[in-house]
Design a protein around this ligand. Structure first.
Ligand code: AMP
Length: 481
């Protein structure tokens, strides 16, 4: 399985770069030293084998700790430093770890990054002598937006991840690449570049910035990167494409982009293909609950049809169901159900009817609406109020619930404003306060939600009601905006 392959590569004494961020390069040899030291440290320190919270950004200790936990047979929970304190506390409450790695203030369980670096750098280390992780063990827990206002943790097993990464290696044919990372390690998009880079003995190239709008700095870094393969969301590509400098001249060796996470527009594909002459684009689809992605479609140049998300990986089946869970025929639209090897264990500490057994296999009801035509899957929308905004997955109810928790709020409805391509352009919270006093809702909300979930606030006196006595969302958007 992948950990055996990764261990072999780490042990191979390779001076190839494993990780590059800013001016810092780390070879596979160095990474092995870090992982070995952390592995022995964790085996001693975390005897309960409870999940380890790994808090930080893109520092090398993050990737080294992920691997150390994995070899030591402990699940890990990545938390990015941009997640507000209240939400971090909520995640930690749900996990109740014995060990936290990273600079989390005021938590005695936290081992600060300075200490982690000294542990990692011990030159007198013992090698990893056993891989403790078993196929059905939880490998990582990634938290995503939940309808209750609290994030929910998706438990991914070693077997789930193994299947995903082998499939990715297969569809990309990658070997000794330079793999660009876009996403924070607390999003499952990053799992693809984190592990694909390892199993293919590639360099993992990290953009060293907190500000993705600082094109000048980013492009300066990319210029010397020699990136060959990238994993990104369409929103991220669209952002880069707003600058003419994002072209073959900047990244002459870029040969493949794997997209995932949201609808890929033809305009994005056409623009990329016209700027990069040797590029291949692969559209992939899947929720965090099914380990990064489960379908793929390589988009031919001059492709003029609706872009599908492609065919499922071979250990996964996809069905389209109607409202009574009856299977629909080709071409009919319904809910996408994914069954097979990629389906997660479930949510941690949360009961749900989304994880089911279907035809004897573990399955996940995605909430995505789509259809199958000539073997290819097409995604056209959602059944619920989960959306993608700037590539981020958000439950509108998560925002509503956090606003309702503030004092002085009488009622709130959060709606997405869509552009002509049906992509979310802006989030708006229509709020009625109890005694009309306006207060800084945004300021309060920033303590609870990440910045991409903070909506524009519109205070209103009354909510328009439709014939069924429900809030008339169409009128809200039209009249009140
Ligand atoms: P996440 O858990 O953040 O990966 O988000 C998963 C959701 O993103 C899916 O359930 C879909 O709604 C959407 N999604 C992911 N990939 C695609 C794609 N290629 N095309 C359309 N929607 C997608």
């Amino acid at each position: 399985m992948i950990l055996t392959d990764i261990l072999e590569i780490l042990k191979s004494d390779s001076e190839n770069n494993a990780y590059r961020i800013g001016v810092n390069n780390y070879t596979y040899n160095e990474l092995y030293k870090y992982v070995c030291n952390l592995y022995w440290f964790l085996l001693e320190k975390n005897r309960s084998k409870k999940p380890v919270v790994i808090y930080g950004s893109k520092e090398i200790y993050m990737k080294a700790s992920f691997l150390a936990c994995s070899f030591a047979g402990m699940p890990y929970v990545p938390i990015d430093i941009n997640i507000p304190k209240d939400r971090v506390d909520e995640i930690i409450k749900q996990i109740n770890p014995d060990v936290i790695i990273g600079d989390l203030e005021k938590d005695v369980r936290a081992i600060k990054s300075n200490d982690i670096y000294s542990i990692m750098n011990n030159n007198n280390f013992s090698e990893i002598n056993k891989i403790y992780m078993k196929p059905q063990d939880t490998y990582y827990i990634i938290f995503t937006s939940g309808t209750t206002g609290k994030p929910k943790g998706v438990e991914i097993t070693y077997s789930n991840l193994d299947s995903c990464i082998k499939w990715l290696k297969d569809i990309t044919n990658a070997k000794n690449e330079i793999v660009l990372n876009q996403a924070n390690f607390s999003f499952d998009l990053s799992v693809a570049d984190l592990y694909l880079s390892l199993v293919t003995e590639s360099e993992h190239f990290i953009i060293n910035t907190n500000n993705m709008m600082d094109f000048k700095k980013i492009f300066n870094e990319l210029k010397t990167s020699r990136v060959t393969l990238a994993v990104m969301t369409p929103s991220f590509a669209d952002l880069f494409l707003t600058d003419k400098l994002f072209s073959e001249e900047l990244l002459p060796e870029l040969k493949m982009i794997i997209f995932c996470g949201e609808k890929l527009l033809k305009s994005t594909v056409n623009e990329l293909y016209s700027r990069f002459k040797r590029l291949k684009i692969i559209n992939t689809y899947g929720p965090t609950e099914c380990t990064f992605a489960v379908t793929s479609f390589e988009i031919p140049r001059n492709f003029d049809e609706e872009i599908p998300v492609g065919i499922p990986k071979n250990d996964v089946d996809i069905f389209v169901l109607d409202d009574n869970d009856k299977e629909l025929k080709d071409g009919e639209k319904g809910e996408i159900l994914i069954s097979g090897k990629s389906v997660a264990k479930g949510y941690i500490n949360l009961k749900t009817n989304k994880f089911i057994t279907y035809k004897g296999k573990s399955a996940y009801k995605t909430g995505d609406i789509g259809y199958i035509k000539n073997g290819n899957i097409y995604i056209i929308g959602r059944k619920d109020s989960q959306i993608k905004y700037k590539g981020y997955r958000i439950e509108l109810k998560d925002i509503e619930s956090n606003i309702m928790d503030l004092e002085e709020i009488d009622k709130v409805v959060v709606l997405p404003k869509l552009n002509e391509n049906k992509k979310v352009e802006m989030l708006i919270a229509f709020v009625k306060t109890k005694n009309k006093t306006e207060f800084d809702i945004k300021k309060e909300l920033k303590k609870k939600l990440p910045s991409y979930m903070i909506p524009k606030i519109k205070i209103i006196n009354e909510f328009p009601i439709n014939k069924n006595g429900k809030c008339d969302e169409k009128r809200l958007m039209k009249e009140l905006l």
